[in-house]
Design a protein around this ligand. Structure first.
Ligand code: AMP
Ligand code: MN
Ligand code: MN
Ligand code: MN
Length: 284
């Protein structure tokens, strides 16, 4: 059998902040030639069974997935977990705790927006939410676009939802050690998501990679919808330097909002170990 190249191991469904159901994502991924797929909803694994069944029905291989929100030196970092046992009680409980507090945070975000004249944002955002435990900034962004405050979600984040802006509420997520530990404890692999997105100094970034490794993290996203072509090269080099396996994923959220389509990114650069080689026994 030829080695897998078109793996897409990062995307979101209506179980978190995506707009398509797991079944629709599976069909879309398969239509785009994806051979190995993972659904990685934020802090949630309740869509995993549906995703695995749908992947199989479309003829794709499947790895379980999630994207865990972590706080590292006062910034939010995302850790993708792949190939874990979705029935692991420690992982389930860790994710449940990580989701907790999102509703309170959302109410505070709405209060901040009300102060600059945007009323009813909590209720408005909720109309876009499918999973009541997972109200995210993305749902606020969709509401502000729908109500005409901004033209597109990117503009909402820039003007209202990022650090220092009226709808931003600092939040403490899971620790790096816990997130990596939950995934490893459930037999999976932890992967640093879209490293180029973080606003770390080189020293902080080095600390992130070193501590991630020390806690048992094994992979890093190299080819992702959040990276430029130049950044593929930079993080391919980081993967080699730190002895990490490399992952590939679109981070697809929605046909109208996402700039990267499922399964369409370049393949991983040569001389890297793909995460799916180390996860061969976990592929369904
Ligand atoms: P939260 O977990 O509630 O803080 O929401 C984070 C989500 O917001 C990310 O997973 C992205 O889907 C989305 N997001 C973050 N920054 C942007 C941006 N600049 N433009 C569009 N979506 C963004
Ligand atoms: Mn998201
Ligand atoms: Mn992310
Ligand atoms: Mn994501």
């Amino acid at each position: 059998m030829n080695p897998i190249q078109n793996a897409d191991l990062h995307c979101h469904s209506t179980v978190s902040d995506g707009t398509l159901a797991p079944e629709d994502l599976a069909a879309r991924a398969s239509a785009n030639g994806v051979e190995l797929w993972a659904l990685t909803d934020h802090d949630e694994i309740s869509g995993q069974h549906r995703a695995a069944v749908a992947a199989k029905a479309c003829g794709m291989r499947y790895l379980t997935g999630t994207e865990i929100s972590v706080t590292f030196v006062n910034q939010t970092v995302h850790i993708v977990g792949l190939g874990f046992d979705p029935d692991d009680s420690n992982l389930i409980e860790g994710l449940r705790k990580t989701r907790g507090g999102r509703e309170e945070r959302a109410k505070e975000m709405a209060a901040g927006l009300a102060k600059v004249g945007i009323k009813g944002a909590f209720e408005g955002a909720l109309t876009f939410v499918s999973n009541p435990e997972l109200i995210s900034r993305t749902h606020f962004a969709r509401f502000l676009v729908e109500s005409g405050v901004c033209k597109e979600t990117n503009e909402v984040f820039r003007k209202y939802l990022t650090d220092g802006k009226p709808g931003f509420v600092p939040h403490r997520w899971a620790s790096l050690k816990d997130a990596v530990g939950w995934v490893n404890g459930a037999g999976g692999m932890a992967v640093i998501a879209h490293p180029a997105r973080y606003k770390f100094t080189p020293t902080q970034e080095f600390a992130l990679f070193s501590e991630f490794k020390a806690h048992g993290g094994k992979g890093v996203e190299v080819v992702t919808g959040s990276h430029t072509t130049a950044e593929y090269g930079i993080y391919a080099e980081m993967a080699r330097e730190f002895g990490l396996a490399a992952s590939r994923g679109s981070d697809f959220h929605s046909p109208t909002e996402s700039h990267t389509e499922l399964g369409t990114l370049p393949f991983l650069p040569a001389n890297l170990t793909p995460v799916w080689e180390l996860l061969a026994s976990r592929i369904q």
